[in-house]
Design a protein around this ligand. Structure first.
Ligand SMILES: [Zn+2]
Length: 453
């Protein structure tokens, strides 16, 4: 490391752990039935930044919905700013279904337990401490470093990153945004992979409507819209939309295949063949969750999620409607998606696009790829970096809307036997303390390289 070469890492790790624990205990749960107070976390972070001589801004998009942004100024010779971002909210956790208290933030057997330990108060704490370390050094940075702790990611980002991008873009505009989801250890076939997110699917939420002839429920009715709509819903559930092999997924699958032995490597490569893909997912993939992951990576998906029809039991209604959660691959538009859905449900169903947002993706062929590869090479020489796309969306949607290249890299080293995906929004979310310390050093190494030039 250049600027941070003589940091006392033991001390820095303790500082990060202390902040991390405090953040978990603030219980910044984002749920419809509670008072949501990310502002508590934003204020705590702001206090720490102020103590280091920085000038953070706390912005509330609505009462309690706090965001905090702070900047360490650089001379700009190394490029536009680097943004480290993390969401301050967490999903709910039910004490009754956990082995430990999800908001006590206690360490048991080397693991720190709590909601947000993986998604993603770890990254918030690490990013804040990296920012503090650089600020305290007072060294000349080659570019600005921005930290943003944001509200509301878990409910769609409207009160957080999207609000900031719309209302205060100059505070958060950057060349690169580094955030979730990636940088964790994924054990497979005796190897350690490190996914790095460079793409997120888009959304295309639809209302499908079937119309018919209303009438009395006592008479058979061949033009009842409910069975028409039900047939459409059943077809959507049974039939996949066409296969699309996008560059990010092709790269991901090829890397995985390279590091797997036959026959797994053949199966993986087979996924990239549109004639084999669906068959392999249905009949060869050993594990349904894994199959679903690749299914989502290779298709636009259309999941029926809400139904509405009829008001009285003795009356055939004039219409029935179905809401569909559609997810788009990079390069696909709402029109493309409607065409694919139309081919499945037929012509007698009306399709209305309620909301759509195209996928975000960052080019893999970018200096950042090499930076992250070098950092992983130093911190886990046997680790294998692999690009990924996630089926959902994160704050990257907001940052990319104002021009950032978004990289999902929130490093944490996990031992074998504990799946990142199971803890993400799951029960018993926890992080190995050693893996968190490792993550802090890896993130600091990356950011140091980026701002030191
Ligand atoms: Zn998250």
């Amino acid at each position: 490391m250049k600027i941070l070469h003589d940091v006392d890492w033991g001390k820095a790790e303790e500082e990060a752990l202390d902040l991390f624990v405090s953040l978990i205990r603030l219980r910044t749960v984002n749920a419809p039935d509670v008072e949501i107070r990310e502002v508590d976390a934003a204020s705590l972070l702001a206090e720490r930044f102020r103590a280091a001589g920085l000038e953070p801004t706390v912005l509330e998009s609505a009462p309690g919905r706090g965001n905090v942004v702070v900047r360490v100024f650089g001379d700009g010779t190394g490029g536009d700013p680097i943004l480290l971002s993390g969401h301050l909210d967490v999903v709910p956790a039910d004490r009754a279904t956990w082995k430990q208290d999800p908001f006590a933030a206690e360490v048991h057997d080397g693991w720190l337990w709590g909601r947000g330990t993986i998604d993603m108060l770890n990254m918030v704490a690490m990013s804040a401490v990296v920012t503090l370390l650089l600020a305290r050094k007072g060294a000349r940075l080659k570019r600005d470093l921005i930290f943003a702790g944001v509200a509301d990611e878990e409910a769609g980002c409207e009160q957080g990153s999207l609000w900031l991008a719309r209302n205060h873009p100059d505070l958060v505009r950057s060349e690169y945004a580094i955030s979730e989801i990636g940088g964790f250890t994924l054990h497979s076939g005796g190897k350690r992979f490190y996914p790095v997110q460079v793409a997120e699917k888009g959304i295309c939420w639809l209302t499908l409507t079937a119309r018919g002839t209303p009438g009395h429920g006592s008479l058979p009715n061949k033009d009842n819209p409910i069975p028409k709509l039900a047939r459409a819903a059943a077809r959507l559930a049974e039939k996949r939309l066409p296969v699309h092999v996008t560059p990010v997924v092709e790269g991901q699958v090829r890397t995985l295949a390279e590091h797997n032995k036959a026959p797994n490597s053949w199966v993986l490569r087979g996924l990239l063949n549109p004639l084999l893909c669906d068959h392999l997912l249905d009949h060869v993939f050993p594990e349904p969750n894994l199959a679903a992951t690749f299914d989502a990576a290779l298709h636009n998906t259309a999941n029926p999620t809400m139904l509405r029809a009829g008001q009285k039991v003795n009356q055939v209604p004039a219409e029935a409607s179905l809401q569909v959660d559609g997810r788009l691959l990079p390069g696909q538009t709402a029109d493309d998606f409607v065409r694919e859905v139309r081919a499945v449900v037929g012509d007698d169903i009306e399709i209305h696009v309620d909301r759509s947002m195209e996928a975000t993706q960052t080019s893999w062929d970018d200096p950042m790829q090499h930076r992250i590869r070098e950092v992983l090479g130093r911190h886990d020489p046997d680790g294998i970096m692999v690009r990924t796309m996630i089926p959902g969306f994160t704050d990257a949607k907001a940052w990319s809307s104002i021009g950032a290249k978004c990289w999902g890299f929130s490093p944490v080293k996990l031992p074998e036997g504990v799946a990142f995906s199971a803890m993400f929004h799951g029960n018993d979310e926890r992080i190995p303390v050693e893996g968190f310390r490792w993550g802090l050093r890896a993130l600091a190494d990356l950011v140091d390289g980026l701002v030191a030039g």
